[in-house]
Design a protein around this ligand. Structure first.
Ligand SMILES: [Zn+2]
Length: 60
């Protein structure tokens, strides 16, 4: 399975795509960074990958 990540445009902190997929909207975890990151910020192909492979990412 692919590893999908999103890089904050402000502070370059890398956020795991599966965390973003679960939360949908989150504040950047970077130190002193308040950028709001949305699942929709992922590239289209990455979003499609999550939608197609959603069951593989569900954490119990
Ligand atoms: Zn950030």
């Amino acid at each position: 399975m692919r590893i999908i990540t999103h890089t904050c445009s402000n502070c370059k902190t890398v956020i795991a795509g599966n965390v973003l997929e679960a939360k949908r909207v989150m504040e950047c975890p970077g130190v002193e960074c308040e950028t709001v990151i949305r699942f929709d910020d992922l590239q289209v192909e990455d979003k499609e990958y999550f939608i197609k492979n959603k069951q593989d990412y569900e954490i119990n």
